[in-house]
Write a new protein. Structure first.
Length: 306
C-alpha cells in the first residue's frame, strides 16, 4: 500500500509540474503580442525611434498608409483573438468534466442554422473589409501620378551593392542615396525605377516605403516623400547570394539647400593629385585594364567582355 501511495504521489507531482509548465508557457504566449507592440512603438530618450527599421514610425506617405493598414489588420486580428480565446475559456470552464457526469453522454447537437450562418457571414465580412482596405492602399501607392518636378532615380541592384543614377542631374553613386525632404505644402516626391543587373533583389526602407522587388528584365517603380530629415536604414530582403547580408540601404534625407549643395559637389570633376595621376598611368599601361573597368578612363575590360 505504501508503494502504491508513493506512485500516486509521484504521478500527482508530475501532473502538477506539467500543468504549471503549460500555464507558464500559455502566459508567455498571451503577453507576447503586447510585448511586441510596446517594442515596436519604443522610442529613445530624445523622442526618436530606437530602431531604424520600424514600420510603425512612418516618415513618408506610402509608409504611413502601410502602417495604418497594419494597425487596422492588427486590431481586427486582436479582436478575433480575444473573442475566440474568451469562448474557449468559457467552454473549458462551463463544460468541464465532473464526477457526477461520469458515464453520461453529453447532449448531441447535430446542427444549428443560426450558428452556421454566423460563422459563415462574419468571417466573410471580415475578409471583404480587409480586402477593400488593402486594395485601396495598393491603388493609392502604385497608381500615384508623378509630378513634373519629382526627383527621378534609377536604382540598380548588383551582387552585392547598390547603384543609384540621377539621370536628370548627371550623377551616379554607389551605396549612397540622397533625396530632398518633402514639404507637405510643396511636395517633392522621389520616384525610383528599380532594375537588377544580375539576380533578384528587394528594396526595402520600412520608414519610407514598402518592399519592392528588383527582377531582371522586369522594371519596377516606387516612390517616397520623406517628411523629416535624417538617415533611414533598409536592407535587401531577397536572398541574392552568399554576401546578401552586406546589401544594406542607407538613405540620407536632406534639407533642400543641403541637397542642392550635395548635387553641386557631386557634379564637380574629381580632384586628382600627382600620386593618383601616376597610379592611373600605371593602371592604363599594364594588363590591369584588360579585366577591370573604371569609368572615365580607357579601361573597358576588353578581355572580360569577349
Amino acid at each position: 500500500m505504501a508503494r502504491i501511495s508513493g506512485v500516486k504521489n509521484g504521478r500527482n507531482g508530475m501532473s502538477a509540474r506539467r500543468t504549471k509548465s503549460i500555464l507558464s508557457r500559455g502566459w508567455q504566449i498571451a503577453i507576447l503580442p503586447f510585448w511586441s507592440i510596446s517594442a515596436l512603438w519604443a522610442v529613445g530618450p530624445d523622442g526618436t525611434p530606437s530602431h531604424g527599421t520600424n514600420i510603425f514610425s512612418p516618415a513618408s506617405t506610402p509608409a504611413k498608409s502601410i502602417a495604418d493598414l497594419s494597425v487596422l489588420v492588427l486590431a481586427i486580428s486582436g479582436i478575433i483573438f480575444v473573442v475566440v480565446f474568451a469562448l474557449l475559456v468559457y467552454s473549458v470552464v462551463k463544460f468541464r468534466g465532473r464526477a457526477i457526469d461520469a458515464g453520461r453522454e453529453p447532449a448531441q447537437v447535430y446542427g444549428s442554422t443560426q450558428i452556421e450562418l454566423a460563422w459563415t457571414i462574419i468571417p466573410t465580412l471580415i475578409v471583404v473589409v480587409l480586402f477593400l482596405a488593402t486594395a485601396r492602399v495598393i491603388h493609392a501607392i502604385q497608381d500615384a501620378p508623378e509630378p513634373s518636378d519629382a526627383i527621378e532615380v534609377t536604382v540598380i541592384g548588383h551582387q552585392y551593392w547598390w547603384e543609384f543614377r540621377y539621370a536628370r542631374l548627371g550623377i551616379v553613386t554607389a551605396n549612397e542615396l540622397h533625396i530632398p525632404v518633402s514639404d507637405p505644402d510643396h511636395p517633392t516626391p522621389t520616384f525610383l525605377q528599380l532594375l537588377s543587373a544580375d539576380t533578384d533583389h528587394s528594396f526595402w526602407v520600412p520608414e519610407l516605403a514598402g518592399k519592392t522587388d528588383l527582377i531582371p528584365n522586369h522594371p519596377n517603380r516606387m516612390w517616397m516623400d520623406p517628411q523629416r530629415t535624417g538617415v533611414f536604414l533598409g536592407q535587401c530582403t531577397q536572398y541574392c547570394g552568399t554576401q546578401h547580408a552586406k546589401m544594406f540601404l542607407r538613405i540620407s534625407v536632406d534639407r533642400p539647400d543641403d541637397f542642392s549643395a550635395w548635387v553641386r559637389g557631386q557634379q564637380k570633376p574629381a580632384l586628382e593629385d600627382v600620386g593618383a595621376i601616376a597610379g592611373r598611368r600605371v593602371f592604363e599601361r599594364n594588363a590591369c585594364m584588360n579585366c577591370h573597368a573604371v569609368g572615365g578612363t580607357s579601361a573597358d575590360d576588353a578581355l572580360a567582355l569577349t
